[in-house]
Structures are given as structure tokens and as C-alpha cells.
Design a protein around this ligand. Structure first.
Ligand SMILES: C[S@@+](CC[C@H](N)C(=O)[O-])C[C@H]1O[C@@H](n2cnc3c(N)ncnc32)[C@H](O)[C@@H]1O
Length: 280
């Protein structure tokens, strides 16, 4: 496969794609559970979850209470909570079905340091000011209808955070052209249909980088925005990172050991793509 041409085209072209908002709440319970199971397997999704779990653990090293916005079935949160047993995590989701799945999944995995709250992440009306010292979110913001909702989410995230805070927020970014969407999908051709369809819809629903920059500069100005090198399809908005604890590192190592060489390479590629834009 030729990687250079599509990446160069994405880097040099003007933005042409319009975002296509996704359905706000994942509706199909069975599909969601498939997605969760898929995220536990030897898959690209697992590689991404482990990558973000490592960096979020480093970011939340000094935190006691961390909120997860759009926690879904706790795919990402369950790994993060396992790697950080001394942190109390609270997952927020609009969907009661998602929260039921999240609760069951965490119980099955024996994850004890999580609780869940049903709330709209743009409002966080159930949560008090200054309740948390960390806010996390993974591939959830692109479910919001428009960029004003991103601003409202960041504004309320800041409200529930203490004065000194840590943030790790990641999501896809809208790429500039159709060819880049096809290129990114082609890298995941071997994945099951449930993942491919969701991935494509997510890529198309992503916000452009400027929407995150604007919202972050208003409300989360201690965080820095990192994007993937080349085709900027992934962003991480985060505050400074610290050393990974030994226990988190050994759990991560044992999870990485279970991956096939091909999936480990996806993990390594993500690390390289983000390191090339300064996240190391
Ligand atoms: C793709 S899932 C992400 C799940 C998980 N964070 C992960 O990393 O895999 C997006 C989640 O965001 C939730 N969501 C969408 N809009 C929301 C809103 N306004 N407030 C709270 N949750 C929302 C959906 O219900 C869904 O569970």
C-alpha cells in the first residue's frame, strides 16, 4: 500500500469535507456489546485503548477523582480504572442502556473503583463545581450535534474541576478530503463490520481541529492539543504527564504481551504518530 501519496494529499490540500453528525446516542444494545467485546480482543481498538490508557494514567498520576465524559459501555474506562486502582472514576453517559452495560462490564472484569451517573455531558447538571481533579473523554465528543456543544462540554468540565486540574481528552479529527477517509478505512480492512461502519461514521462526524482549539482556549487553557502526524485524524488534548507507576506499567506490559505482532505494531504506530507531533 502506498502511504505517502494519500498523506501528502491530506497535508497539502484545502479542507473540503463537511462533518456529518452521528446519531447522538448509540442505539443498538447488541451492537454496543459486540463493540465492547471487540475492544477486549486482539484488535486495533484494543491497541488504541491501551495507548490512551497509558497516556491518561501518566496525566492523572496525581489525581484522586476523575470524570469520564461519554463513557459508553466503559470500554476505555475499565482499562484506565484497572491501571489506576487508587483513583475513583465516575463515568457519565446520556444513555441508560450504555450505563447498564458499563456496570455489567465493570462487574464482570472485577473493576471496583468506578461509579456511573446519567447526565448530558454538555450540562453535567448532576455534578457539583470542583468535584473532580481530572476529566477524561475518549471518542465521545464527535457524537455532539455541533461545535457549540463542544464549548458547553468544556465549560462544564472546567466547572466540575478544581483550580488545579488534569485533562486527557481524545477524539478523531475531521480530515480534509474523501480520499483520506478511504485511506484511513483501508488501514482497517481486516476488522469486523461492526467496527468498520462505526469507524467510518465517527470519522465523518468528527470536528475540525479549530473547534477543539477554540473551546480549549476558552475553558481548558492549561491543556495542550496534540494531533497525529501526517493525516491529522486523531487529537489528544492534555495537561502535562508524569511517570507511569510501576503497577500500571506492569499491567500495561502484560496486556501488550497478549497482542499479536500486527496489533502491537498498531500500538507502536500510534505512539510514533503522536510522538512526531511532540507527545512523548
Ligand atoms: C463511541 S461511545 C464512546 C465510548 C467510550 N468512551 C470509548 O472510549 O469507547 C460515545 C458515547 O457518548 C455518549 N454520548 C453522546 N452524547 C452524549 C451527551 N451529550 N452526554 C453524555 N453522553 C453522550 C453515547 O451515549 C455513547 O455511549
Amino acid at each position: 500500500m502506498n502511504h505517502i501519496l494519500p498523506i501528502l494529499k491530506e497535508m497539502l490540500s484545502k479542507p473540503k469535507l463537511q462533518r456529518v453528525p452521528e446519531q447522538m446516542v448509540m442505539a443498538l444494545e447488541a451492537q454496543t456489546q459486540d463493540f465492547f467485546n471487540f475492544g477486549l480482543g486482539d484488535t486495533a481498538l484494543r491497541a488504541a485503548y491501551l495507548f490512551h490508557a497509558k497516556w491518561a494514567s501518566r496525566t492523572f498520576a496525581n489525581c484522586k477523582r476523575v470524570l469520564d465524559l461519554g463513557t459508553g459501555p466503559a470500554n476505555q474506562l475499565s482499562i484506565l480504572a484497572q491501571m489506576n486502582p487508587s483513583i475513583e472514576f465516575v463515568g457519565v453517559d446520556l444513555s441508560d442502556k450504555m450505563l447498564e452495560l458499563a456496570q455489567n462490564n465493570c462487574a464482570k472484569l472485577g473493576v471496583k473503583n468506578v461509579t456511573f451517573v446519567q447526565d448530558d455531558m454538555t450540562q453535567l447538571s448532576q455534578l457539583k463545581a470542583g468535584e473532580f481533579d481530572g476529566v477524561f473523554s475518549s471518542v465521545a465528543l464527535h457524537h455532539l450535534p455541533n461545535e457549540l456543544d463542544v464549548e458547553k462540554t468544556f465549560k462544564n468540565a472546567r466547572r466540575v474541576l478544581k483550580d488545579r486540574y488534569s485533562v486527557y481528552i481524545t477524539d478523531f479529527l475531521l480530515v480534509k478530503n474523501e480520499q483520506s477517509i478511504r485511506y484511513l478505512l483501508s488501514l482497517n480492512e481486516t476488522q469486523p463490520a461492526v467496527f468498520k461502519q462505526d469507524y467510518e461514521a465517527s470519522l465523518r462526524a468528527s470536528f475540525p481541529k479549530r473547534d477543539f482549539q477554540r473551546a480549549a482556549s476558552q475553558y481548558l487553557d492549561e491543556a495542550e492539543l496534540y494531533t497525529s502526524f501526517g493525516a491529522q485524524f486523531l487529537m489528544v488534548l492534555k495537561t502535562p504527564s508524569y511517570d507511569l507507576s510501576q503497577s500500571a506499567q506492569s499491567l500495561l506490559n502484560s496486556e501488550l504481551e497478549r497482542l499479536s505482532p500486527a496489533t502491537k505494531n498498531i500500538y507502536k504506530s500510534l505512539a510514533i504518530l503522536m510522538a512526531l507531533r511532540g507527545m512523548f
